[in-house]
Design a protein around this ligand. Structure first.
Ligand SMILES: [Zn+2]
Length: 361
């Protein structure tokens, strides 16, 4: 199989949602064909014999520096034509399909990632996003195999990831149980018909390959699903982190910062060769490890301030109330000042982490 790597293009969820709104015009009409993928009642460790415990993960400070200059973290400027009578025209970069292991690919198109797992007679993929992107994903998969997409696993419930499932009429749609309640509230349409849900863990066989779905608690959204292929040592996360960029302030309200930190620390302890994230074409583990370090540093700094404030109040939790007004304006983590969105969004990260530590949300 060919490996195509295009120049790096980074986008944020903000851009994706805008694009989804622009590009999603038709509703889904899935006609799923259920297949069996029994879900264990308990979640085994990602790899029972080889995955080290999260506590044995290399400390973030040992993460090697990137060997290449940081990828651009700003939203690529879309091609804009002077349009006095309409919105600017977007020119999408062509999609890429990069082989990560035998039969396992990373599709990156419309600024969003999908995992593609190919077997003789079936294909699993993730997050079609919207009908236009889903058709592009389908077209690129057709270059790899004649087999139909039989399973779509959703990484979480957010609208910019879950549309377009109707483009794959042979696929069953799988998501973590929490997505069903969220889909009942979704206002923008193109909500997938969910064929199978799981609570904490599900393993899907795609030929001789194992694709595991792990629910490790809320991260970005409530149905946050971590996809892991233990033999291939590939993990897929969605909207959890970006290379050398803070999640933009407009998109942090549905991100559980304490949960995101915990999830990233957990998966960083797994055996990994590639880490696919939602909105960048790279799969380098350094991106994951730098973000583990960021979330740990943010947690430690905010937690220290909370502990000190409560101690000064004689142990009363209300001693931390004032921090909601003061800490976002005073705390700095100079190490991350060159990350994209730091200037605009770091105070909101402080607020969200503070609330997470204080309220668990
Ligand atoms: Zn999201």
């Amino acid at each position: 199989m060919t490996t195509i790597i295009k120049p790096a293009l980074i986008a944020r969820c903000a851009a994706m949602l805008c694009l989804s709104l622009l590009l999603s015009a038709c509703g889904s009409d899935p006609a799923p064909t259920p297949t069996t993928a029994p879900a264990p009642t308990t979640a085994p460790p990602p790899t029972a014999t080889t995955a080290p415990a999260p506590t044995t993960a290399p400390p973030p400070t040992t993460a090697p520096p990137p060997t290449t200059p940081p990828e651009p973290t700003a939203m690529p400027e879309p091609t804009q034509e002077a349009a006095s009578d309409g919105p600017p025209a977007f020119q999408m970069p062509p999609p890429t399909m990069t082989m990560l292991a035998d039969g396992v690919y990373h599709y990156f198109g419309f600024f969003t990632s999908s995992l593609v797992v190919v077997a003789n007679d079936q294909v699993l993929t993730t997050d079609p996003s919207n009908p236009m992107r889903a058709q592009s994903l389908k077209d690129e998969i057709a270059k790899l195999t004649d087999a139909p997409v039989t399973t779509i696993a959703l990484t979480h419930e957010h609208y910019d990831h879950v549309g377009g499932t109707g483009v794959f009429p042979d696929a069953k749609v799988v998501c973590q149980w929490n997505c069903t309640a969220a889909f009942a509230l979704t206002a923008l349409g193109d909500v997938p018909e969910v064929d199978e849900t799981f609570d904490d863990f599900m393993e899907i066989a795609v030929g001789d390959k194992r694709v595991q779905l792990h629910y490790l608690g809320p991260g970005d959204g409530d149905a946050t699903t971590i996809i892991y292929m233990p033999e291939e040592q590939i993990v897929v996360t969605s909207d959890m982190y970006e290379p050398r960029a803070l999640t933009h302030k407009n998109w942090v309200d549905d991100k559980n910062f304490v949960g995101t930190r915990r999830i990233l620390n957990t998966i960083n302890g797994w055996n990994l060769k590639h880490a696919i994230n939602a909105h960048s074409p790279g799969t380098d583990l350094v991106d994951l490890r730098e973000n583990v370090e960021y979330y740990n540093d943010l947690y430690d700094a905010v937690r220290a301030a909370v502990d000190e404030a409560i101690a000064q109040a004689g142990g009363a939790s209300f001693g931390a109330y004032g921090l909601f007004d003061t800490l976002p304006g005073t705390l700095q983590l100079d190490k991350y000042k060159d990350w994209d969105n730091y200037d605009t969004s770091f105070p909101r990260h402080i607020q969200r982490m503070l609330l997470g530590i204080y309220h668990g949300d």
